[in-house]
Design a protein around this ligand. Structure first.
Ligand code: MV4
Length: 502
């Protein structure tokens, strides 16, 4: 087993890896930029090494700085977390070239799955369903037009080097194809240095459902079931859950089997995720593979009981998976809300700043993975996600009830704004509660003006008070109209956290 692991990351995922190290009796090394001198991951690690100025390009994205820190502290392995260098084959090779273990898949697997066209070809050959489209890269507008007219509009033009919402255009009519192709090609050329593109049939109102897989160096590959990730906006996930309320047991088994097949096709090792798009008829198609631990891994941990980050470390050290596929089962339900420092009502703009006070929810079925503490500064330099709130219940209704309860306990005050109210809105939406949503849910349903009203403490209190009075007098005459305070003196007073939130 490793003696000392360097974590090439920051925020909650760095803290998550440090926790796994501590449970395994492994020493942890944090790296930090000038903006992160007082960050939580620096406080929690056994050692901490400065690696440069605040901009990530000058610190967290400097291979030499990270390798120097590893050599100076004698780290024998590096965990990349998510983002930053987590899916960078060049970084993984440089780490291994320095005689240090990269806690992640073989660089070749990162590379092959990173090229979306190669991944599509590979998956097709392996018998994994992909969205109908061009078999490979297209060469110019004429080739695009030929494929598009064969599969029919609407279509998606996608960059070969893209992924996660980058280098993507929807084309509904033939006359818009040429300009979409030019835009994707030139954007992809300038962002990724690779202008190649391909075409897929556009699925309408798809669901984003992904399967967690895990493979060891001994050749065992298993899946740990699915996560439902359709509640997102602009390719930024907001709420995730496991299981998916949409899929059937037969679909779950089929997706799991296909995901294992996909991982085996690239000789995968470690934790990975196969992303699928599912249509209303419950057809599912391979979209891409994420060759890293994901933000939403805790919902899988909560329902399977497997500590995925500890397992990443053990597998990287050469340990075989301690279970077989048939040993794994889904127990209960888990929901995750990503807490961002943003102003959701003002177009979801990042709203970082110093945290003055903070109360974490706790109690039955609640897990908080946070990268911050009261008094910490949420920096403008990095991703505005500051914590993940995860709840578990025996079934979906209990997990959601606990989420609503936990959200009501969670307070953050200070210079920053948070999306806590936005989560309070989502978790009271009828379509969310019914499990009836797709990737368009937020765009379709969220209107900041109306949402604020439904969360107004006075209005919520009026509804609660009306229900209370109706129950007391038994004749149901004292109900208040929505938005109106009950006529009789309310037995409910607005005290405690309802006021503290303002
Ligand atoms: C699609 C699609 C519909 N049809 N491909 C967006 C992110 C990128 N990884 C793939 N994406 C999509 N690809 C076809 N053929 C719709 C999306 C999409 C989406 C996918 C997953 C989660 C959220 C999404 C939001 C908008 C569009």
């Amino acid at each position: 087993m490793f003696k000392r692991i360097l974590i090439a990351n920051r925020g909650e995922i760095a803290v998550r890896v440090i926790r796994a190290c501590r449970e395994l009796g492994i020493e942890s090394v944090a790296v930090f930029s000038e903006a992160d001198r007082a960050a939580l991951h620096v406080r929690e690690a056994d050692y901490a090494v400065p690696i440069g100025p605040a901009p990530a390009a000058q610190s967290y994205l400097k291979i030499d700085h990270i390798l120097d820190a590893a050599k100076r502290t004698g780290a024998d392995a590096i965990h990349p977390g998510y983002g930053f260098f987590s899916e960078n084959a060049g970084f993984a090779r440089a780490v291994e070239g320095a005689g240090i273990v990269f806690i992640g898949p073989p660089p070749s697997a990162i590379e092959r799955m990173g090229d979306k066209v190669e991944a599509r070809k590979l998956m097709t050959a392996a018998g994994v369903p992909v969205v109908p489209g061009s078999p490979g890269t297209l060469d110019g507008e004429d080739a695009a037009r030929a494929v598009a007219s064969r599969i029919g509009f609407p279509i998606m033009v996608k960059a070969a080097a893209g992924g996660g919402g980058k280098g993507l255009r929807l084309v509904e009519h033939e006359q818009d194809l040429a300009s979409a192709v030019r835009t994707v090609a030139s954007e992809a050329k300038s962002s990724f240095g690779d202008g190649r593109f391909y075409i897929e049939k556009c699925l309408s109102r798809p669901r984003h459902i992904e399967v967690q897989i895990f493979a060891d160096r001994q050749g065992n590959t298993v899946h740990l079931f699915e996560r439902e990730c359709s509640i997102q906006r602009r390719h930024q996930k907001v709420v995730e859950e496991s299981p998916s309320p949409f899929i059937t047991p037969a679909m779950r088994a089929a997706m799991g089997e296909v995901a294992v097949k996909a991982a085996r096709a690239v000789n995968y090792v470690g934790a990975g995720t196969i992303e699928f798009l599912a249509d209303a008829e419950r057809n599912f198609y391979f979209l891409e593979m994420n060759t890293r631990i994901q933000v939403e891994h805790p919902v899988t941990e909560m329902v399977t009981g497997v500590d995925l980050v500890k397992l990443q470390i053990q597998v990287a050290a050469g340990t075989a998976l301690p279970f077989k596929q048939q040993d794994l089962a889904q127990n209960g339900w888990a929901v995750e809300c990503r807490i961002y420092a943003e102003d959701s009502a003002a177009g979801f703009v990042p709203a970082p700043g110093r945290i003055e006070t903070m109360t974490f929810p706790n109690g039955p079925g609640v897990r908080v993975d946070a990268g911050v503490y009261a008094g910490a500064e949420v920096s403008v330099f990095y991703d505005p996600m500051i914590a993940k709130l995860v709840t578990w219940g025996r079934d979906r209704a209990e997990a959601i009830a606990r989420m609503r309860r936990a959200l009501s306990e969670f307070t953050i005050t200070g210079e920053l704004s948070t999306n806590l109210d936005f989560h309070r809105w989502i978790t009271t939406q009828p379509r969310f509660l019914a499990g009836d949503f797709d990737t368009n849910f937020i765009a379709q349903e969220y209107r900041p003006e109306t949402a604020a009203k439904t969360q107004d403490p006075a209005r919520l209190a009026a509804i609660l008070a009306a229900a209370f009075v109706a129950q007391q007098d038994g004749n149901h005459t004292a109900t208040a109209a929505p938005g109106q305070r009950p006529a009789a003196a309310s037995p409910w007073k607005l005290i405690g956290r309802s006021n503290l939130l303002r």
